[in-house]
Design a protein around this ligand. Structure first.
Ligand SMILES: Nc1nc2c(ncn2[C@@H]2O[C@H](COP(=O)(O)OP(=O)(O)OP(=O)(O)O)[C@@H](O)[C@H]2O)c(=O)[nH]1
Ligand SMILES: [Mg+2]
Length: 249
């Protein structure tokens, strides 16, 4: 009998986008090294003005130091480009603020490999863990989930989660098309994946509140987020398709 495919037999890259995360990054890297000793890590320092890069180098991981702040999407595109050039089979985005527990990485990768999906989202509201959001942020997430579930033909409950794993086809597509615009890294990226013929799915994971530094959300920001996300979604959905040369085989 042939053995089931296992991500542990492949090259896995953890991509950590980090913008002024000197306070939390060191602990995140220690935890990754303890939980996932055989995977490679690249920190994308997104134009930080603090000691983010120094902290990463001191822990012995690769650092891509962007000269200016591009936002999460731009930082992740750099990470996907690095993965594609260095022929990694799978990537996982893991945030630098301590919200994504490294011990959940195998859960997401196992789900990616066993379902054959191209993108697997580690979802907060899918049974595992007790992560909570309330008010406008929660409503925005619900509206986006309903729309994006139709677009991707999957049942998604957490489309704004950054805790995502990608297979080779997604790495290839995202290395040239991952949107650098505000919000592009979550909402538009899923539209791009669906329109590029990739399959998206989710699996439940536990998440934590950020361990330090500054949160990027407030109720007002969440309301602005919803309006902008819907606009971004409208544009993403009405835009001409992805050029065939950028479609993964
Ligand atoms: N906000 C923000 N984060 C960035 C940027 N570039 C890279 N990042 C990193 O992207 C990850 C996600 O950013 P967060 O601010 O934690 O976003 P979030 O998890 O949606 O929001 P919080 O609930 O506030 O933590 C973190 O590891 C950041 O360090 C940027 O320009 N802005
Ligand atoms: Mg965060």
């Amino acid at each position: 009998m042939t053995r089931m495919a296992d991500f542990r037999d492949e090259r896995v890259l953890i991509i950590i986008p980090a913008w002024n995360e000197e306070e939390t990054l060191g602990d995140v890297l220690d935890e990754v090294a303890a939980e996932l000793p055989s995977v490679d890590v690249v920190v994308v320092d997104d134009g930080s003005t603090d000691r983010t890069s120094e902290v990463a180098r001191a822990k012995g991981v690769r650092v891509l130091q962007l000269p200016i702040n591009l936002g999460v999407g731009g930082a992740m595109r750099a990470g996907y480009k690095f993965a594609a050039r260095n022929r990694y089979t799978y990537t996982v985005q893991l945030d630098a603020d301590g919200q994504h527990p490294p011990k959940e990485v195998p859960t997401i990768l196992d789900a990616l490999v066993s379902t054959g999906a191209d993108v697997m989202i580690g979802a907060r509201f899918a049974g595992a863990g007790d992560y909570q959001t309330r008010g406008p942020r929660r409503w925005s997430m619900t509206v986006l989930s309903v729309i994006l579930s139709r677009v991707t033909r999957a049942e998604l409950t957490d489309t704004t989660s950054g805790f995502k794993a990608c297979g080779p086809r997604a790495i290839s597509l995202f290395s040239t098309t991952y949107p650098a615009e505000y919000l592009g890294d979550t909402v538009e990226a899923l539209v791009i994946a669906a329109r590029g013929g990739l399959t998206v799915d989710q699996t439940g994971v536990s998440m934590r509140p950020r361990a330090g530094g500054r949160p990027s959300h407030s109720p007002v920001k969440a309301a602005v987020f919803l309006v902008r996300a819907l606009l971004a979604l409208g544009i993403a959905l009405t835009r001409p398709g992805i050029p065939t040369e950028e479609r993964p085989a």
